[in-house]
Design a protein. Structure first.
Length: 99
């Protein structure tokens, strides 16, 4: 990971006292940088989870809409069958009255 490489390099500079007397400031900055990196990765992970949840909700909503459409088609087909059944019965009575 890039941040661990940066920390190692800066830690080596501090250990070798190559920071021109500002080792404490460099150490503080590294600590702050690591805290910020931890915060950033945590927030990134949280955002990823929220995006996944939003995607699951979108997929669920799309599935519900598809199901509602399909049920509408089934209801229409059922109504058509009912109408055809009534017409068939009327036709049978009509034919029966002439026989």
């Amino acid at each position: 990971m890039l941040t661990s490489e940066v920390v190692v390099l800066h830690t080596e500079l501090i250990d070798k006292e190559q920071c021109a007397g500002s080792e404490d400031a460099v150490r503080d900055r590294i600590n702050k940088l690591m805290d910020e990196w931890t915060y950033l990765t945590r927030k990134s992970s949280e955002k990823g989870e929220k995006l996944q949840e939003a995607n699951r909700q979108r997929m669920y909503t799309a599935a519900v809409k598809d199901l509602e459409f399909w049920l509408g088609e089934v209801c229409m087909a059922y109504k058509c069958i009912q109408i055809l059944w009534v017409l068939l019965k009327q036709f049978q009575r009509f034919i029966g009255s002439y026989l």
